[in-house]
Design a protein around this ligand. Structure first.
Ligand code: ADP
Length: 508
């Protein structure tokens, strides 16, 4: 009959009734069903009992001397501790039960005499179940409230950290790099207002010298994971270029994949570093030249003949001094280019001539390394600084030869391309230097264009490089409004692309 299982502890029921027969009958009935029953004959005693140890349900007689059932119920409902206990009114035969009042004072049900065992039990169980569900709901609600509070606190903490961070921080969609939010430090660094940034993409704001490179890195983020402290050039609203270390983390915002970008403005530090490097390089150049002169003189034998071992050491000293001189010259070259002290002397020139000249210049190195040079010149007019473009091509060829094996081939070719898929006119020249050498790991394809960046720390020693060649190439190409990038497969070779615009200036 009872829906409660034997293992479930039975509920506590308080019976308040001034008629002993009723009390006895109900107590006996309920106790038999396994409920724990307390019974009192006075309303005041019932209130005290309920207060001291709140029962799960109260059966309350309507007609009692001193304090009637309605009053007791009102008191119960007025008290925090007893408010939620379900109260079922009992009215004895001949009593007048005011049902409306019973509900109005907070009763949940009523039973009239003569009691029918099944009915009484069914009503009690119903209300106990309702009360249990209510309690569960309340507990769930409290837990939800707590979770909301904790979440709110965490969000508040993040919002505070986001707003007051001295580091520029931005959140952008991963698909387009469209800004969702940026912090005040970001606005301060960029010179933009919030309205000028939110809803726009990094490319639309032209924040980077190399939007495509950043877009590419961001696209690869789901595979490569986060990016940590990579150096980028950042363009402010007033076109000032700042150097930043950028870290990018993938985050999920309401189901949208976003990039959390945290920047560290190192422009001032970088300037100091550059100044220091160029100062030291300058100071090194004069003594280096004099050492080279002295070594040359020793080599001529005018100051006495050297032994064979002396000659060997002299040649080691000369080649190392030459390498050092190359390094110093490259550093100064790059620094002067970056600070705008070297301007490109652009003239009308032919791409085919440059390609042939670059090949001729590198032929000796290719022969020594037993690498075949395969060139496909393309006759097209360019508006460029021929010496600097030649420097770029020879640098790329020199790398391709350096990282090839004897017997390999290096290709240098050029073709016309349209700028974008929707531009029908062929308005850019794409020069390609391809090798079948050792290749470059994909995570290094961007970074090798930064100064002193080499795939292998031993490259400079083994291959005689300085780690500055590609940084210089990039600078030259950028000053021609072009782009340079690389593709590579480890062990299969690399392709370096130089894309240059073909439009001649209007006044030409
Ligand atoms: P370096 O003077 O060391 O050649 P670069 O800036 O020209 O300096 O090149 C940087 C690094 O990029 C090289 O040290 C090498 O690790 C890598 N690299 C450049 N070109 C190639 C290539 N064709 N194949 C493999 N690695 C290359």
């Amino acid at each position: 009959m009872s829906s409660q299982s034997a293992s479930t502890p039975k509920a506590n029921i308080l019976v308040i009734d001034d008629t002993p027969e009723n009390l006895n009958l109900l107590s006996a009935m309920l106790t038999e069903q396994g409920y724990k029953v307390r019974s009192v004959t006075k309303g005041s005693a019932g209130l005290r009992g309920a207060q001291a140890a709140p029962p799960d349900l109260i059966l309350l007689d309507v007609n009692m001397p001193q304090m009637n059932g309605y009053e007791v119920c009102q008191e119960l409902k007025a008290n925090e501790r007893t408010r939620d206990i379900p109260v079922i009114f009992i009215s004895a035969l001949g009593d007048v039960l005011d049902k409306v009042k019973a509900f109005a004072v907070g009763g949940v049900d009523y039973i009239t005499k003569p009691f029918q065992l099944e009915e009484v039990l069914a009503r009690i169980e119903n209300h106990l179940t309702i009360r249990l569900l209510q309690k569960q709901l309340q507990a769930q609600n409290a837990q939800l409230q707590q979770e909301i509070l904790e979440r709110q606190q965490a969000e508040d903490k993040f919002a505070k950290a986001f707003r007051s961070s001295p580091n520029p921080i931005a959140i952008a969609t991963l698909s387009e790099m469209r800004f969702i939010d940026v912090n005040p430090s970001f606005l301060k660094m960029s010179g933009y207002s919030l309205e000028e940034v939110i809803g726009y993409t990094a490319a639309e704001l032209r924040l980077s010298q190399d939007d495509e490179a950043i877009a590419h890195i961001v696209q690869l983020l789901p595979e490569t994971g986060s990016l940590y402290n990579q150096e980028f050039e950042f363009r402010t609203k007033t076109s000032e270029v700042k150097i930043v270390l950028l870290s990018i983390e993938l985050i999920d915002l309401d189901g949208v994949q976003c990039a959390l970008l945290i920047a560290n403005d190192i422009t001032a530090r970088k300037h100091l570093e550059n100044e220091f490097i160029s100062l030291v390089s300058h100071e090194l150049r004069t003594p280096l030249n004099s050492i080279l002169g002295a070594l040359d003189l020793l080599g001529t034998g005018q100051l006495g003949t050297l032994t064979e071992q002396g000659q060997k050491f002299l040649s080691i000293a000369t080649s190392n001094t030459e390498r050092l001189t190359r390094l110093v010259n490259d550093i100064l070259d790059l620094e002067r280019m970056k600070s705008g002290k070297i301007v490109m002397h652009k003239v009308k020139c032919n791409a085919a001539d440059l390609i042939i000249q670059a090949t001729e210049a590198m032929q000796a190195m290719a022969d020594t390394s037993q690498v075949k040079l395969n060139t496909k010149p393309l006759s097209v007019e360019l508006w460029a600084d021929p010496d600097r473009l030649l420097q770029t091509l020879t640098n790329l060829l020199s790398n391709a030869i350096k990282f090839s094996e004897p017997g390999d081939t290096v290709w240098l070719s050029a073709e016309l391309k349209s700028k974008g898929a929707f531009t029908p006119t062929l308005n850019t020249l794409l020069i390609t230097v391809r090798d079948k050498g050792r290749g470059i790991p994909s995570d290094k394809l961007q970074i090798i264009f930064e100064r002193f960046q080499q795939v292998d720390a031993s490259d400079s020693r083994k291959k005689g490089g300085t780690g500055l060649g590609l940084a210089i190439c990039r600078n030259i190409v950028q000053q021609h409004d072009g782009k340079i990038w690389a593709e590579s497969f480890l062990g299969e070779g690399s392709i370096f692309y130089v894309q240059l615009p073909l439009e001649l200036p209007n006044n030409d």
